[in-house]
Design a protein around this ligand. Structure first.
Ligand code: URA
Length: 247
């Protein structure tokens, strides 16, 4: 019997504490072989060190470290997406609590507004920014002029940019000069470059959704912690499908 089996906390208790379900439900999940600890199917009675164990449910990482925080910020324009700006401009990290230290997941330009996630959950952040997980991001862009139907089709089918053709996207006009664009890549200044390429530069850009996360009531500059349900839907959005995980 190895040390892990009698040290640490019982897995079902840890899963129940982070809101996966009652202890009974969590025991069933473990018995069904749906929970992995450090890449291996966990057995009932398994104990884990919550500081170090990588726990996955149905291929999705479940952050169980007690110090993990996940903030959803509505970034205002005029704030840089970094922890520290050499030019002394206000930063997104300056808008949320200083302890524990968090970092932004991905990047919004200085002038871009809208939803940004900040966390100290490295595994989740990695998956959210990795192109292979393809998490959708939705933007609302006010444009110069009004794109034609044919131009919208170009946005949907792929636009030639200097770093390659963009992947298929969803594009719809909410008003003659207001575009809703949904992409699942995260290239630098992608929306602005796509809109430049169709001849309708962005006047104002707002990110309105990150995967399952949206919140119209969060005012610019305000932040809140994710709810348990939001965190779990985000974790599901970056789950490794069974076929890929070999399970
Ligand atoms: N695309 C952009 O062009 N800018 C952003 O800030 C985000 C996506």
């Amino acid at each position: 019997m190895d040390a892990a089996s009698h040290e640490g906390e019982r897995l079902q208790k840890v899963l129940a504490r982070v809101g996966i379900g009652s202890r009974r439900v969590c025991e069933d999940l473990i018995a069904e072989g749906r929970v992995l600890v450090d890449g291996e199917v966990a057995v009932l009675g398994r104990r884990v060190d919550v500081e170090t164990a990588l726990i996955e449910l149905d291929g999705a990482p479940i952050g169980v470290r007690p110090d993990l925080v996940h903030y959803l910020l509505n970034k205002p324009a005029g704030v840089v997406t970094t922890a520290d700006d050499p030019e002394g401009r206000p930063t997104v990290v300056g808008l949320v609590p200083t302890e524990p230290r968090v970092f932004p997941v991905g990047r919004l330009d200085f002038g871009t507004e809208g939803l940004l996630l900040l966390t100290n959950d490295g595994e989740l952040a990695h998956r959210l920014t990795h192109p292979s997980f393809g998490v959708e991001k939705e933007y609302v862009a006010e444009l110069q002029g009004s794109p034609s139907r044919a131009t919208l089709r170009r946005l949907r089918e792929g636009i030639e940019l200097d770093d390659g053709v963009t992947a298929p996207a969803r594009a719809a006009l909410l008003e003659p000069s207001v575009l809703r664009l949904t992409i699942h890549e995260g290239r630098n200044r992608q929306v602005r470059r796509m809109c430049d390429a169709i001849g309708h530069p962005v006047v104002r850009l707002i990110r309105t959704r990150i995967g399952p996360l949206a919140d119209r009531s969060l005012t610019p500059g305000a932040w809140r912690e994710l709810t348990g349900d939001e965190l779990r839907s985000l974790q599901r959005a970056v789950a490794v499908p069974e076929a890929q995980s070999g399970g």
